[in-house]
Every structure is written in structure tokens, then in C-alpha cells.
Design a protein around this ligand. Structure first.
Ligand SMILES: [Mg+2]
Length: 314
């Protein structure tokens, strides 16, 4: 396959390929499994991007096994229901793995040393307008008093959970104030969605990863449950029954999707029209990014894609 290449100014990095669409890459059949990010790649939270549904159908026809890997606070089943409600056909995918699912499973099983040692009393930062997160089956005691808390569970950035399961809306400054008191007590945080922001109908919204970044800044210990941690890629490979060499990840966030793929040792496709669109000076859907800006941004995030594409198109 002859694709234009572009060398980047770091000798440890492979040059990346510029693509106009996924067709030529899919037709090499070099990758048995495709791990797809959803927000900023397949849809914007409100609707699919133009051409996405037919691209998925074409990828499936080429024999690709597709798994959605998503930094979402919610469980995998919720992601599939959301995809269906947006007009996607769930049967095209092997399945979905979310950071919320990994959080739920690890808090339930507690079969590794870190989770086994974690207490049961937690401060719960969650959503209100975006819909509550259920902690059913986890045997946790939600507390409102920092003195009683053994860890922080961050599912959302809008509200503070009550012992009853209800939650009251809180301003960001109020949540950050609680974080300061938790940091003074040196309790860990589990963050169920490591994203800092998300693209929602072209607006950026604050996600739990921003609380985790703040907590780290305050000296707190953070357990990042999704991308870029390797854990989510291992789950996706197990779900598709493939090795790293047979896998490729597609995403729009250099820090989460591309860095995560780099760390998991798998190849990656960077979609420039998502979360980095503004930084790359892109105005409308399908605009082509300036290559030198992509290179500079990759260096800034220390995250290097194998392929670069304006949007998820065939
Ligand atoms: Mg994304």
C-alpha cells in the first residue's frame, strides 16, 4: 500500500500516514479488531457524524471486529442503548467497554490488591442533569462528611451523592473545596471517566477527569479507570479474541485515545475533527488539518498516531 508519509521531528517516533478515508486501510486487512471511540468520532452526543453509519457497515463487511471503547461513566449496556437510540445498529459491534463498566466491575470484584484494600465509605461525585449513576450491587456507603470517607468515587462533575442514593447539584468550586479536604486526609480517588472534557454538539463539557487532574495537583492519589490506561485495551482485546498486533484504535483525543494506543502497543487512527478541532483551526466537518499543526500537537501531548484522518469516513 502506498500512502503519503510525513516524518516527525523525533527520532523515536514512527512517521504517520495521512488518509482521506478508512477504505484503503481496511482493505489491507492488517487489523482483525478495531477499537472505536464514540464521542467525537462516531457521534457528537446528539447525532451521528455524516457518513459514519455507512462507514461502520463497510468496515464490518471488510471483516473487521469492532469494539466500542469509551470513557463514559456509565455501564457498557447504556452505551449500546445510546448508540441504538442515535440510529446505530448494535449488531455491527462485538460489544462495548466503558470506563464506567471497568469501575463497576473492579469495585464489585475487588480481586486486585489495590481494590481489595479500598474501603467502602465514599464521597460520590456524580451527575444531576445528565442522569444519576446507580451504585447498586457495589456494597458502598455513600457519605457526605469527608471525615468518614475512605475514598472518592468520581462519576460526574455536577452533584454530590447522598447516603439515600439521591444527589444535590453542586458548583464546581464546591466540589473542588471537598477535594481539598479529601487531599488533606490523603484518601484515594477512583475516576470512572478520565476524560477532561467531551464534545457535545460542538460544545465542550467538563468531565470527571478534570476533577481527577485537580486532585492530582492537590497531591491526591488517582486511579484512572479508562483510556489512556492499558486496562481498557486489554479488555477490548479479550472481548475480540485478538492480540495487540491485530488491533487498531480510532479516536479523537491525543491524550486518551492515541496515548492509550501507544501505551497498549497498538496502532492508531487520529480523527482531527473532534475534540482537537479548534486547536487545529478546523471550522467545519471534514476540514483537513495542517500537517505541521498535527505534528506540533502530537509532540505537545507526547502521543503519536499511526494514521491521521479528518473524520470517520470511508
Ligand atoms: Mg472522543
Amino acid at each position: 500500500m502506498m500512502l503519503p508519509t510525513c516524518s516527525v521531528p523525533h527520532n523515536e517516533i514512527q512517521p504517520f500516514h495521512i488518509l482521506n478515508g478508512l477504505q484503503e486501510l481496511a482493505q489491507t486487512r492488517n487489523f482483525k479488531a478495531w477499537f472505536l471511540d464514540q464521542f467525537g468520532v462516531l457521534h457528537d452526543g446528539k447525532q451521528p457524524y455524516p457518513g459514519t453509519i455507512s462507514t461502520l457497515e463497510n468496515l464490518a463487511k471488510s471483516g473487521a471486529k469492532m469494539v466500542i471503547i469509551s470513557n463514559s461513566s456509565r455501564r457498557s449496556s447504556t452505551t449500546m442503548e445510546k448508540m441504538k437510540s442515535l440510529g446505530f445498529d448494535p449488531s455491527l459491534f462485538v460489544g462495548a467497554i466503558t470506563s464506567g463498566e471497568l469501575t463497576h466491575q473492579n469495585l464489585q470484584r475487588r480481586d486486585d490488591a489495590w481494590f481489595a484494600a479500598l474501603g467502602r465509605s465514599c464521597i460520590h461525585m456524580t451527575w444531576s442533569d445528565r442522569g444519576a449513576i446507580s451504585l447498586e450491587g457495589l456494597e458502598l456507603q455513600v457519605v457526605e462528611n469527608v471525615e468518614e470517607a475512605e475514598f472518592i468515587l468520581a462519576h460526574g462533575t455536577e452533584a454530590l451523592g447522598h447516603p439515600s442514593g439521591a444527589a444535590s447539584p453542586k458548583k464546581l468550586e464546591e466540589l473542588e473545596n471537598i477535594l481539598e479536604r479529601c487531599a488533606a486526609k490523603s484518601i484515594p480517588m477512583v475516576v470512572a471517566n478520565p476524560d477532561f472534557v467531551t464534545v457535545e454538539a460542538r460544545a465542550l463539557r467538563l468531565m470527571p477527569g478534570s476533577l481527577a487532574a485537580k486532585y492530582k495537583e492537590l497531591g491526591g492519589e488517582v486511579k484512572w479507570m479508562g483510556k489512556p490506561d492499558e486496562m481498557i485495551y486489554k479488555s477490548a482485546m479479550a472481548m475480540a479474541g485478538v492480540d495487540a498486533s491485530d488491533s487498531i484504535a480510532v479516536g479523537d483525543s491525543l491524550h486518551h485515545d492515541i496515548k492509550g494506543a501507544n501505551e497498549a502497543g497498538i496502532q492508531s487512527v487520529f480523527i482531527t475533527g473532534g475534540i482537537h478541532a479548534t486547536e487545529l483551526g478546523l471550522g467545519s466537518f471534514g476540514d483537513i488539518a495542517d500537517l505541521s499543526l498535527v505534528q506540533a500537537l502530537a509532540s505537545k501531548y507526547d502521543a503519536y498516531p499511526s494514521y491521521v484522518l479528518p473524520a470517520f469516513c470511508w
